[in-house]
Structures are given as C-alpha cells and as structure tokens.
Design a protein around this ligand. Sequence first.
Ligand code: NAD
Length: 282
Amino acid sequence: MQKQIIGIIGSGAMGAGIGQVAAMAGHSVVVYDNNKASLDKAKTSLAATLQKLEEKGKITSAADVLHRLIFVDDIHAFATCELIIEAIVEKLEVKKAVFAEVEKVVSDTCILASNTSSLSITSIAAACTNPSRVMGLHFFNPAPLMALVEVIPAIQTDPELVTMAAGLMKEWGKVAVLAKDTPGFIVNRVARPFYGEAIRIYEERIADMATIDWAMTEIGGFKMGPFTLMDYIGHDVNYVVTETVFQSFFYDPRYKPSFSQKRLLEAGWLGRKSGRGFYNYA
Ligand code: NAD
C-alpha cells in the first residue's frame, strides 16, 4: 500500500524530529517553515543525524531517508499531503491562523494535527471550515527517541481519526495514549507541579538547583532533573505552557508560573538553545 504523504508545519526542534520519524517510517515528508534559516538548520542537522544513524547501523541508507524529505517555504507544497502535523510557536492565535491558511491548500480528505503542548485542540479546530478533520498528536522531545504520543480528539473530531492515528503511531514505533482535550493533556499537566515545586524549593532556598536535579535523577530515578529538563525544552516553550495551563484552569494556584522562570524568558536566556538558562552552557 502506498504510504501517506506527511506534511510538517515548523522545522524547529519538534517539527524536524517528527519529520525524521515519518521519513524513517517510509513516508515522503514535506517540511514547511516561514523562516528560511530554520529550514536550512533543520536540513543540515537532519542530514548529520541520519548519517550518524547509518554509521551505527541503525538505518541502511541516510541518503534514502533524506531523499524522502523536502524542505519548503511555500505552503502550496502541502497540496498532495494526507496528514499534516503542525509544530510551530505555542500561540493559539498564530496556530489558528496557520490552520485556516493550510486548510485552503490541502485536499478535502487531508487530516490536520497539532503538536501543541497545552492549547485547546477544540479551539484550533474551530478555526477550520471542516473542524472534524482536526486533532492533537502530541510528541515528546526528542521525537525520534521518545516513544509516547498523546492522541487528542477535539470535541468536533471525527472519531475514526483516533483509530487511524493510533494505528499510524504504532507503525512509527510509537506508543499512543488517548487523552481528553484539557489543558496540558496528561503529561504536561502532571509535569507542571514537577517544574513548579522544584522552582519553589529553589526560591525558598531549601536546596540549590544542582542539588534538586541530583536528587531527582540519582534518587528519584528521573532521566533529567527539573532544571536540566526545563533548560532542554526551552523556557520560551516551557514557561508559555505553564502560563497557558494556569490560565486555562481559571487561574488555579496549583499551576501558578514563577517569576524566576519569567525573568529568564525576558532576558532571552532560553536554555540550551541560547547557551544560558537556569544553567550556563557557554
Ligand atoms: P521551535 O521554536 O524549536 O520551532 C518552531 C518553528 O516554527 C520555528 O522553526 C519557527 O520558524 C516556526 N514557525 C513559527 N511560526 C510559524 C508560522 N506562522 N508558520 C510557519 N512556521 C512557523 O519550537 P518547538 O520546541 O519545536 O515547539 C513547537 C511546538 O511543539 C509547540 O507547540 C510546542 O509547545 C510543542 N512541543 C514542544 C516540545 C519541546 O520540548 N520543545 C515538546 C512537545 C511539544
């Protein structure tokens, strides 16, 4: 059977990673971004990653996988796609505008998914003429390594899409979990107190960041401590998710964001990607 053509909106950390997963699963993949520098960076880093995977014997040919990926700055290239996964900036109004634009160029049967970490899928779907084709497909970072994918139907979503998405994620070697369209879904909601309490412990001078990270990895068994993980995700993404979850739960103090993290964002200290966050990587 012919594999679906997959479209990816956004060539940042998540878009590039999801594109890699789809291309490695044998799909032709169209990666679109409105920023040329981001597209070039994604193309270069994906080529290097695939080369390393070939050298380690994890894939037979990096060139074959790379050949299935195209990088474009024109959404009309989505015309032949059957599933499009959006991974752009975590801002509802921007996502809604992009979904409305994309819907104009795709076929009537093309499915539109968002990789949002926290925004309402129902609200994104409402921006489309046919909201029943919209759903959430939430991958974790880094997408090629993390098995879990949350499958999130909006209240308007055609129920058949859930079955289709769960089957496709299995084909991609992922484990799908069905989540309701509520702020943060499952993982990002559970994760809020993980980050929030860690920051509060640090702000109350109960322990420093390195000690909290050490305790959570060495004793708690987590792969990364909360400060290392927030720096890895990026404060532009992580802080905004906390803010969205807080607002979406009608300002429930359990999800209250912190000034310490807000200041990092304001300074442009976004974490690993900018060379400085809670820790200094320079
Ligand atoms: P990123 O900043 O690395 O990449 C975003 C990309 O989107 C950039 O290349 C940017 O140029 C592009 N973009 C922005 N606005 C655009 C537009 N209007 N049209 C086309 N392209 C546009 O961000 P990311 O970390 O990849 O996150 C993307 C999405 O995935 C967000 O919704 C985020 O919440 C979600 N997410 C992030 C993580 C994570 O750990 N970083 C994990 C899971 C989900």
